[in-house]
Design a protein around this ligand. Structure first.
Ligand SMILES: Nc1nc2c(c(=O)[nH]1)N[C@H]1C(S)=C(S)[C@@H](COP(=O)(O)O)O[C@H]1N2
Ligand SMILES: [Mo]
Length: 199
């Protein structure tokens, strides 16, 4: 109405927080899994990076846990439209795991115990943007959220953060994972709202 109120200030609330388009805030932590929760004993657990020419790098649970860990605090954005802000994790950076891996591959296909897969460019696993996370909010990661360890790649929609991660296959050519074959986006940037192929 053209009315100007000098000195008026809105109080900052969570509703002022910038969210990616089409997302809403949630305080709880929904569980989204296609299929049953796999249970992986730590003495048989392993994480494997396989290069495009077949050579592999392996870490047992004890070897993974002995690596330098980081404690990222990140926002999560699920394609089903919930976002959860300021979650804290502990895990090993993919930069650490990829340090000794010689590759010219541009793509990664992530494999999980139970058969789930998801694809993303290898560059999105580097540069401090991705972790193999094994703690959530100060406790060992719960099985329903991907424990003992999951990929955490929070700048992409959460379906890229494979729970019960078991390995990463490095590929010269992009190869789609479980949801991508079903029509979800190969990249999945929440800020560009890349939900489905063609977005
Ligand atoms: N192995 C595996 N990882 C998975 C999924 C899955 O079904 N299996 N679902 C994905 C999807 S769609 C989402 S939104 C997140 C959910 O993680 P959360 O259950 O910890 O909230 O996990 C992702 N990682
Ligand atoms: Mo999801």
């Amino acid at each position: 109405m053209g009315l100007f109120t000098p000195g008026f200030r809105r109080k900052a609330t969570t509703s002022d927080v910038a969210l990616p388009p089409g997302q809403y805030l949630t305080e709880d932590f929904p569980v989204l899994t296609a299929g049953p929760t796999p249970r992986i004993p730590l003495d048989t657990w392993e994480f494997v990076i396989t290069g495009e020419s077949g050579q592999s790098h392996r870490w047992s649970w004890d070897q993974l846990i002995a690596l330098p860990a980081e404690s990222p605090t990140v926002d999560l954005h699920c394609v089903t439209r919930w976002s959860k802000l300021g979650t804290s994790w502990r895990g090993v950076s993919l930069d650490t795991l990829l340090a000794d891996v010689e590759t010219t591959a541009n793509f990664a296909l992530v494999h999980a115990y139970g058969g789930y897969t998801t694809n993303l460019p290898l560059a999105d696993l580097r540069g401090g943007k991705a972790w193999i996370a094994h703690e959530f909010e100060g406790s060992p990661l719960a099985p329903e959220h991907g424990g003992p360890a999951r990929l955490l790649v929070p700048h992409l929609y959460l379906w890229k953060s494979a729970k019960w991660v078991r390995g990463i296959q490095l590929l010269a050519d992009d190869k789609q994972g479980f949801w991508e074959r079903a029509g979800y986006h190969d990249f999945g940037d929440p800020w560009r709202e890349q939900r489905y192929q063609g977005d």
